[in-house]
Design a protein around this ligand. Structure first.
Ligand SMILES: C[S@@+](CC[C@H](N)C(=O)[O-])C[C@H]1O[C@@H](n2cnc3c(N)ncnc32)[C@H](O)[C@@H]1O
Length: 258
């Protein structure tokens, strides 16, 4: 598979990837990562994550990938044909504000995109999808029916999903992606957030090169879930009730309105 770091493009093979992932309890794969800002944020805020941004457009990745943190990687690949080296790697999958063929793939229940998502998702992986009204309108869908269509496809692909939550301008401003900010300050700041999990199964924890396991818990671990399954202090910061979403800045309790 092809990785990008500024102007440099390099091949990454499976053993190299596996060495890079070793010792990280969590692997994020952000599909349609755009300029990679979300990946950079996750890598910086959550040292227990190895964050991988994938986009079909290498030019989008160039600027931010010039200073890729050690626990991040930017790959050029289409969501329709993700690198086989990523199979079952993700403990956390994100698709933030897709457009074009990525959104079309999510809307098309038989699409290769759904098969690729299930292929890269590890057992029980957390899935988060954020859709915006403008992109759906361009694809010929209103916001709620478009989200319902995406939900339908993901559910058929085996993901277990919660009800979507609407994101307003404040929640978008708190979301560390470039597109979220564009939307937040644009004319149509309507978006929906969907969260779910891949089917459960035996968990694979990458071993460190020294054979030890990474310690559970701590700042670097996956954000904890409370009894209601709500992610706290973490990447989704979704507090469950449909009217509030906490911020994305790695600080607990930053509440934004939706
Ligand atoms: C609106 S941008 C969102 C970027 C980023 N997630 C954000 O929130 O700022 C959508 C991105 O999806 C990428 N994309 C579209 N179709 C894709 C596909 N089939 N495979 C991978 N990426 C795709 C585009 O290149 C673009 O960077």
């Amino acid at each position: 598979m092809e990785s990008v770091r500024g102007q440099r493009v390099a091949r990454v093979d499976a053993p190299t990837l596996s060495r890079q992932l070793a010792g990280y309890p969590h692997t994020l794969i952000d599909i349609g990562t755009g300029d990679g800002r979300f990946v950079r944020h996750v890598a910086a805020a959550w040292p227990g994550y190895f964050a991988i941004g994938v986009d079909s457009c290498a030019a989008n990745l160039r600027e931010r990938s010039r200073q890729t943190p050690p626990n991040a990687l930017y790959l050029v690949a289409s969501a329709h044909a993700l690198p086989p080296e990523l199979a079952r790697c993700a403990t956390h999958l994100t698709i933030n504000f897709p457009w074009g063929s990525l959104l079309a793939g999510l809307l098309d229940g038989d699409s290769a995109v759904l098969a690729q998502l299930t292929a890269v998702a590890g057992p029980g992986a957390l899935l988060e999808v954020r859709l915006n009204g403008g992109a759906l309108a361009e694809a010929g869908w209103a916001l709620a029916p478009g989200m319902a269509q995406v939900q339908h496809g993901l559910a058929r692909a085996g993901f277990v999903l919660r009800a979507p939550v609407s994101l307003g301008a404040d929640a978008l401003r708190a979301c560390p992606t470039t597109w979220a900010h564009r939307l937040a300050f644009g004319r149509d700041p309507r978006a929906l957030y969907l969260r779910g999990t891949a089917p459960a199964g035996p968990r694979v924890v990458a071993a460190r090169p020294d054979g030890a396991r990474a310690p559970p818990g701590g700042r670097g671990s996956r954000p904890p879930l409370d009894s209601a399954g709500v992610v706290r202090h973490g990447l989704t910061q979704w507090t469950g009730p449909p009217r509030s979403v906490t911020g994305f800045r790695g600080r607990p309790g930053t509440v934004g309105q939706v």
